[in-house]
Write a protein that binds this ligand. Structure first.
Ligand code: AMP
Length: 115
């Protein structure tokens, strides 16, 4: 089991967040320090520490994170113009919260390659 993080507390409703979607498997909420006009985080309710810690049994859950991002992009009206999904892993990947999450970024033109 991964250690508890701020995202675990958000999933359990112990600290406030601007939650846009939650079911028994995933939670999506606005990033507290957005880097794009739309910046959501989509997390599994179960605390997987990093993508390295995911197992084959987590396959459906990982797929659900992407499908949730896809649906939210449509609901927010950014799907046609476009968006970027980011999953940071460990220090060199830029991960700062050790509860696996997908960033949904939209509302501006993204640069490539990322910094
Ligand atoms: P990462 O660097 O990929 O681990 O991303 C962690 C993200 O979590 C950052 O974009 C932070 O701004 C965001 N974050 C940290 N604490 C909170 C919080 N309490 N509520 C919402 N987003 C947060």
């Amino acid at each position: 089991m991964a250690e508890d993080t701020v995202f675990g507390k958000i999933v359990r409703g112990e600290i406030p967040a601007r939650i846009v979607y939650q079911d028994e498997e995933v939670t999506a909420f606005h990033d507290i320090a957005p880097v794009a006009p739309t910046h959501l985080l989509i997390v599994p309710n179960k605390p997987i520490r990093t993508l390295n810690d995911a197992t084959p049994e987590d396959g459906a859950l990982l797929g659900k994170l992407l499908l949730t991002a896809r649906r939210l992009a449509h609901e927010l009206g950014v799907a046609e113009q476009g968006y970027r999904l980011v999953l940071n892993c460990n220090p060199d990947g830029g991960q700062s919260v050790y509860h696996l999450h997908v960033h949904l970024l939209a509302g501006r033109k993204m640069t490539w390659p990322p910094g």
